[in-house]
Design a protein around this ligand. Structure first.
Ligand code: TXA
Ligand code: MG
Length: 329
């Protein structure tokens, strides 16, 4: 079992060491316990997915201490600033345009050009953010398919050996994941996930109409309508490249001009590099992209899930994301 430490200066110092070492740590927030890792370290983010056994790379929420820090990662419209002033710190997540110079790993945002940001209120998460001095990516700290944890014991039961350290600061006050909104063009606001900050509270705070997602769209877990796809055709399970293709290698399959997800066939390395290599291939001079076969186990499942979506091409109407699923993971 993982180590459970009650919140103390010593526990925070220890957790910060794990984070600096690229390992995820479970930490309470006011909503649910999160599995936190350095959002600027792609390998650390890959370790979150590995620990959860998530078969998809869903984009993760990035937690920071304050609005000023958040504003270095995303572009804030006047509406976004208004919402930040009204609800941060607290259980509100905003999906905003990712800044081009953002140091956040591509794996966190799953290659998207938007980023989900939250300034949490919980003293344990805030102490960890202050001690690590890095933005922390944190999904709920449960194995994929399990309920979100609201106590340290839930985390231990769900993740077991997959997490080195669980900070215990008692049950979460809210117990429900944060409300997610996306400020849209023309001052509109779209509700992506319901939470304790209600549509009424949002409307009262900023006076704008709330666009709810089109009714009746039920998405299977992880079937986000918005996903990153390169603007070039992509072919899977390739072992050699055609003359107009750039081949992204893996293991034995050597890629074009050294392009590889992992020469040693390490899935965590491949996960960490996936979206960077796809972006690179998109920018390259070749007309098409081919990708070597990836074993379909562990992180390989999440990699193959994303590759198969990328092979389908860009989603329809990429500028208006569909409502995200009610997160059950
Ligand atoms: O309360 C919470 O928000 C908790 C605590 C730990 O902070 N975290 C949490 O994270 O619920 P997670 O990863 O389980 O849920 C993140 C949700 C997912 O449904 C994901 O699709 C959505 O946020 N999301 C993240 N980035 C997004 C983006 N760029 N565009 C649209 N949706 C995004
Ligand atoms: Mg979750």
């Amino acid at each position: 079992m993982s180590q459970i430490m009650p919140l103390s200066d010593e526990a925070i110092a220890k957790a910060a060491l794990w984070i600096a070492d690229g390992q995820p740590v479970a930490v309470p927030t006011e909503t649910v316990y999160g599995l936190a890792a350095d959002a600027t370290n792609a390998r650390a983010v890959a370790a979150i997915y590995a620990a959860k056994g998530r078969p998809q790379f869903n984009p993760l929420i990035v937690h920071v201490l304050d609005t000023a820090t958040a504003a270095r990662l995303a572009d804030f419209s006047p509406l976004a600033l208004q919402l930040a002033a009204a609800f941060w710190p607290g259980p509100l997540t905003m999906v905003l345009p990712r800044r081009a110079d953002s140091p956040i790993a591509q794996l966190v945002t799953a290659g998207l050009d938007t980023i989900a940001l939250r300034v949490p209120a919980h003293r344990a998460m805030r102490a960890l953010l202050a001690a690590t001095n890095v933005p922390l990516a944190a999904p709920s700290a449960n194995a994929s398919g399990h309920l979100s944890p609201t106590r340290a014991l839930h985390v231990a039961q769900s993740l077991g050996h997959n997490v080195a350290l669980i900070l215990d600061d008692g049950p979460c006050a809210i117990g429900l994941e944060s409300t997610i909104v996306a400020p849209r063009a023309h001052g509109a606001l779209q509700l992506l996930r319901a939470g304790t900050i209600t549509a009424e509270a949002l409307r009262a705070a900023c006076g704008v109409a709330l666009v709810e997602g089109p009714a009746g769209i039920i998405e299977a877990p992880g079937q986000l309508a918005q996903h990153y796809a390169p603007r070039k055709p992509l072919r899977l399970n390739a072992t050699t490249a055609a003359s107009d293709e750039v081949l992204i290698g893996f293991g034995e399959v050597a890629g074009t001009a050294g392009y590889s997800l992992s020469r040693t066939a390490a899935l965590d390395e491949a996960a960490a590099l996936l979206f960077d290599r796809l972006h690179d291939a998109e920018q390259s001079g070749w007309a098409r992209i081919a990708v070597a076969p990836i074993p379909d186990d562990g992180l390989g499942r999440a990699i193959n899930d994303r590759l198969s979506r990328a092979a389908l091409g860009p989603p329809v109407a990429p500028s208006i994301p569909q409502p995200v699923k009610q997160d059950e993971e």
